[in-house]
Design a protein around this ligand. Structure first.
Ligand code: SF4
Ligand code: SF4
Ligand code: SF4
Length: 294
């Protein structure tokens, strides 16, 4: 279990705890240090600002900001450059993610109030595309932001849960990594579906910057009795964890690189890939952030 499970899930998966989606957390007055960090008095205020600064511009399709000027976190940056440890601690407290396999996405969708599909702020910034709806916000109707989308009808979709899962399964087959995000931890407000156009992915994985999300509570492994070496799974992996052995005509998943997203399974014709709990895997247990070699 990751540290959020210990701190916010009482030893169970933190993102499956109802209390982390509660109205009490949403409306609770933040502590003084949290207010200072977030530049907001409540989580609701923080989330409203997140939508106004990051999602609504993508819905409008205005000229995208420079990637260096935009970011998923709308918190105020401190005047003095913080250390790497301070940056990570702040991210974990303010807005942090975790990779989820589709089975756990399904469980989250079952417990949230409602699901609204909306424009992807990252892809708007990194690709200029304003019509890419990969973000699935929870309980958006109670956040008081719907009226702020100038043309909500054309960029927001309130989905039945069954329809949300159908789309999320399509994303899984497409190889998009599912991530869940906090808004002043541990409140959980959105599931994202990301690839290399994601600003958090770019900053953390590509540029090897400060971590933005935990790996999943799982890790994948291949059954060599079933693998025929077709290599289909290799192009699904956003984390470079799948290796091909020409001599054996099999693939190997490096457990120290695997983030446990599980999307490689969706394209395996032989069901040769399975998810196992990270804590039960001798090489992957305890690895929650970037690969140790990094
Ligand atoms: S985290 Fe993913 S889905 Fe969410 S805004 Fe960024 S790229 Fe889009
Ligand atoms: S090998 Fe691991 S990180 Fe790569 S797609 Fe499969 S589960 Fe995700
Ligand atoms: S998709 Fe399945 S059969 Fe093909 S290489 Fe990957 S694990 Fe092996």
């Amino acid at each position: 279990m990751c540290e959020f499970c210990t701190e916010h899930g009482e030893g169970k998966k933190w993102y499956l705890q109802m209390k982390n989606y509660s109205d009490v957390l949403l409306h609770e007055q933040l502590s003084s240090p949290e207010k200072e960090m977030a530049g907001a008095t409540t989580r609701l205020e923080w989330i409203q600002r997140y939508y106004e600064e990051f999602i609504i511009p993508a819905g409008i399709g205005a000229h995208p900001p420079e990637a260096s000027q935009a970011g998923p976190s709308p918190g105020h940056e401190p005047a003095v450059q913080p250390s790497e440890e301070e940056v990570l601690a702040r991210r974990k407290a303010e807005e942090f993610g975790q990779v989820l396999p589709i089975e756990d996405v399904e469980q989250v969708i079952q417990i949230v109030d409602s699901v609204t599909r909306m424009p992807c702020g990252c892809r708007f910034v990194t690709t200029g595309k304003a019509d890419k709806r990969y973000c699935f916000g929870f309980g958006v109707d109670k956040l008081g932001i719907l009226g702020k989308f100038p043309d909500a009808a054309s960029c927001l979709e309130v989905l039945e849960k069954q329809e949300a899962m159908r789309i999320l399964h399509d994303f899984d087959e497409e190889g998009l990594v599912h991530t869940i995000w906090t808004a002043i931890t541990p409140y959980s407000f959105i599931i994202c579906n990301c690839d290399r156009d994601c600003m958090s992915y770019k900053g953390y994985i590509e540029m090897r910057g400060s971590p933005r999300f935990f790996r999943a509570e799982y890790v994948c492994q291949t059954d060599w009795d079933l693998c025929t070496g077709c290599k289909s799974c290799m192009s699904q992996c956003q984390f470079g964890a799948v290796f091909y052995s020409s001599a054996l005509s099999k693939v190997h998943i490096d457990p120290t690189r695997c983030f446990g997203c599980g999307v490689c399974r969706a394209v395996c014709p032989n069901d040769a890939i399975t998810l196992v709990p990270r804590q039960d895997h001798p090489e992957a247990a305890g690895i929650w952030l970037r690969d140790p070699a990094g």
